[in-house]
Ligand binder design. Structure first.
Ligand SMILES: [Zn+2]
Length: 324
């Protein structure tokens, strides 16, 4: 079947942190660091909100396309002379990322971003770096693995024990898990580098959250007085970040432009879900070079998109299943 007849096409992306990545909560001084990163409220595992991914992708896609400077930002009218998003059916930025505009009520956009979840997290061990994952994290790839018990680490190899940071755990074989073999081709299809694929390990969901949270990067920096350009006296602050080589996964759901109208008009900027994703993907080189999280001047935030696939496509036919 031609994917472009479907009402929407889900694209599952994998990305790797080239720098530490800090996407902050905006709240300061509430935890053990001054600037905390966003976490899932239930699992406590750090994540990048889909709204942050969508916002930065919009900005970079507008840069890549060049001709749509007013369509890049948040689109408020009136402030600082900005005239807001154009909202035209011929504008690839406005139709793909949406716009809020006056009485027309705006448009949600043809690309919907999920939160980016940690799929593989690098931890130091006495055998070198190991990337840990867990059943909950793997579920983001629409894959289930079973049989994971607490207080063990599952991996290929023959050692009896392995430390993950400060925790020493008995090693169990991948053979003890169901469906782990089927995971390898999925990771390969998303262009996960071999050095990660060969050194990954599985722990329980609970242990994953614990190990991730105790192995985040914590950096100390100096606040700069904007008046003088000098360091403020005593103004050291700490912030946490996902470490370099963390692998994240997120979905971009690309809706079929032929099923939507902007105002009363047919969308002309894009015609298929594949076109929608191509606009999203124009942001990828910018994500890799300029980053996410607004701390690129401190050497943070660069994210390399490794690959995308349509795993778990559930959009057969022309009827949307659910609104997700
Ligand atoms: Zn526009």
């Amino acid at each position: 079947m031609n994917d472009n007849h479907q009402s929407y096409q889900p694209k599952t992306n994998l990305g790797m942190a080239i720098d530490p990545i800090h996407v902050g909560t905006g709240a300061t001084g509430l935890g053990r660091v001054d600037n905390a990163i966003v976490r899932d409220p239930v699992t406590r595992v750090p994540k990048i909100p889909g709204s942050s991914l969508a916002g930065v992708s919009r900005t970079y896609a507008a840069m890549a396309k060049g001709r749509f400077p007013n369509c890049a930002g948040l689109g408020q009218t009136g402030r600082g002379g900005s005239i807001g998003h154009c909202g035209k059916p011929s504008c690839p930025i406005c139709v793909v990322f949406g716009f809020a505009r006056g009485n027309a009520g705006g448009f949600a956009g043809l690309a919907a971003f999920s939160d980016a979840h940690v799929l593989l997290f690098p931890v130091a061990s006495r055998e070198g770096p190991v990337w840990i994952t867990c059943p909950m994290a793997i579920r983001a790839l629409k894959h289930e693995i079973d049989g994971v018990k607490d207080n063990a680490v599952y991996r290929a190899g023959s050692s009896q024990h392995l430390n993950l940071g400060w925790i020493l755990l008995p090693v169990k074989s991948f053979d003890a898990l169901d469906n782990i073999g089927n995971l390898m081709p999925i990771l390969q299809n998303h262009n996960l580098p071999d050095y990660v694929r060969e050194r990954f390990a599985v722990v329980s969901d609970k242990l994953f959250s614990h190990v991730v949270n105790t192995n985040l990067e914590v950096r100390t920096s100096v606040a700069i007085d904007p008046q003088t350009g000098a360091a403020e006296e005593g103004a050291l602050f700490t912030y946490e970040a996902l470490p370099r080589t963390t692998v994240l996964t997120w979905d971009v759901t690309c809706r079929n432009p032929s099923h939507f109208k902007v105002g009363a008009e047919t969308v002309t900027a894009v015609t298929t879900p594949t076109d929608v994703y191509e606009i999203v993907a124009t942001a990828h080189p910018y994500l890799e070079h300029l980053g996410i999280g607004g701390m690129s001047t401190r050497g943070m935030g660069r994210l390399r998109v490794l690959g995308a696939s349509s795993t778990g496509a559930e959009s057969a036919g022309t009827t949307a299943k659910g609104a997700s």
